[in-house]
Design a binder for this molecule. Sequence first.
Ligand SMILES: [Zn+2]
Length: 266
Amino acid sequence: MRFKDLSQLKRPEPREIILGILPQNILMADYAKGRAFKISELVGVVFEESLEWYGFTLAHKDHPELIVDIGLPKNDLNLQDYTNLSSRRIAEFQESLPEDVIINGWIHSHGALNYKHFSNTDEKNHRTVLDFVAARNRKVLAKREITIQDLVLLEKDCFVEKDLEKGSVSLITDGPITQATIMETVYGSFCYSIVIGDDGWHEQEIHYKERGILSGHTTVSRKAAEIVLVDTGKTLTQIDINVLSDEVEEKIQLNLNPPPEMIERM
Ligand SMILES: [Zn+2]
């Protein structure tokens, strides 16, 4: 039976070994960016006016950082549902996608509005999308030392129940040890958020979530990011545009009585 108190185990700074990083810029296929602005354009053609719409940015499962396409869910105009993008709605859309395609963010349009930033309502949606994505798509970012106050080291078959009453954590090993460093995996996830306008402007952020698997220590952060365009060889053809036009007509609906809070909720 061995006990080690904190003073012997504590290091000045918890050790952290970086094993991976999350994207710092938004990688986006030319095709996907073209498609986003084409949706806005087609909305104008189909409905003869500018409407706001939202969609999801999509990636291949094996390359979650690159936006390869824009997915357009059924946009409804129910005020409550629209303002609060629910995880159920996102899940429904994810289920409609091929198995190797994942959602890695969301995109929406402020139409012809001169409001070229994310709004307070958008903030809630960032978080909803991030939580949804984080639950499905995480990568190892680091191994980080956990400082355990009052760690008790015990040897298998050499302690009694009473020994377990001591300390905050008991580490039971199959041999005598005098020192232990416990390192937890830190997982990280991200989601992209992009807002665009009819006249070609766009603004975007990356939202991050990191979580220590043992400590449960969770942090969320964000940064304004640039779009880095990637030529994937895929181009928006006239056939694509025709299909997209039908999709816009089917999934986006003209709101004949826009509520006065329309601008507020965007
Ligand atoms: Zn908005």
